[in-house]
Structures are given as structure tokens and as C-alpha cells.
Design a protein around this ligand. Structure first.
Ligand code: ASC
Length: 151
């Protein structure tokens, strides 16, 4: 009975863990990894935002590349949110650890929506459609920041 419980909880833990086992040697390395990913995401996302808000001319080829970059980069940060990495040089809140299922769900929505934005860009969607798909991604950024980022 007790053994079964242990196996069940080990399985549950495995399922909660991101697919890639992390290899970070120190907490700072994990923090650096996720901050680097978010920095690249913000750069690519910000440039799309400028084009959509007509702060710079729309360049469809650049926009497509930016959208593909974000879709690829979006997959990176999750594996670096691990226990012991919520103090020091980070704005990530420690409750990510205890709410990992919710956090992971939000990250997966972000990944999914950024893939939909890349698809829209590759299908030559209209300005309005791109704005809508972009807005859906921005909403996922915000929902996670509101819940899990220090303000
Ligand atoms: C950005 C950026 C974020 C998100 C967020 C969207 O460009 O750096 O963190 O968009 O503001 O709500």
C-alpha cells in the first residue's frame, strides 16, 4: 500500500517535470538561461509590436522571422524554473514551485499561441488578423507576469 503510494507520487512528479531533464550546475545558471530566453523573446516580440502599431514600416519577411523566432524561443524558459532558483537576481516568484501545474499550463498556452502567430504570419494573414494573434500571445505574457513575476 505504502509502496504503491510512493510509485504513484513518483509518477506524478515525473509527469509534472518538463520533458528535458535540466543540467544546470548552479541556480544562477538556470536564472541566466531563462532571463536570456526572455530577453530574446522580448526583442523579437517588441519588433513585431512596432510593426503592428505602425511605429515602423511592416516588413512581412521580417515579421515572419520574428514570429518564428518567438515560437521557437517560447519553448526554452520552462525547464529553467526549478527549485532553489527564486532568490538572488530574479523577479520570478517562489510560488512557481508550488503552483507548477498552473505555471506550466500558462507556459504551454504561450507556446501554443506563439505557434498560431507564426502560422498566421506564414499564411500572409491580414494586419488585423496578425494584430489579433499577436494580442493573444501578449495576453499570455501578461497573465503569467501578473501571477508569477515580482512587480
Ligand atoms: C512585451 C514584453 C512583455 C510583454 C507584455 C505583454 O513586449 O517585453 O513582457 O510584451 O508586456 O503584455
Amino acid at each position: 500500500m505504502f509502496k504503491k503510494l510512493i510509485v504513484a507520487s513518483a509518477l506524478a512528479t515525473t509527469m509534472m517535470t518538463p520533458a528535458l531533464a535540466n543540467n544546470f550546475k548552479k541556480p544562477e545558471k538556470a536564472i541566466e538561461y531563462r532571463q536570456s530566453s526572455f530577453s530574446m523573446i522580448a526583442y523579437n516580440f517588441g519588433d513585431m509590436s512596432k510593426m503592428l502599431r505602425k511605429k515602423k514600416p511592416m516588413d512581412a519577411a521580417v515579421f515572419k522571422q520574428r514570429a518564428e523566432n518567438v515560437a521557437a524561443l517560447a519553448k526554452l524558459p520552462l525547464e529553467a524554473f526549478i527549485p532553489g532558483t527564486y532568490k538572488g537576481n530574479t523577479e520570478a516568484l517562489a510560488k512557481i514551485d508550488t503552483k507548477m501545474a498552473d505555471f506550466e499550463g500558462k507556459m504551454k498556452t504561450f507556446i501554443k499561441n506563439s505557434e498560431l502567430l507564426a502560422q498566421a504570419a506564414n499564411n500572409n494573414a491580414s494586419h488585423g488578423q496578425l494584430k489579433k494573434a499577436f494580442g493573444a500571445v501578449a495576453k499570455t505574457c501578461k497573465s503569467c507576469h501578473d501571477a508569477y513575476k515580482k512587480d
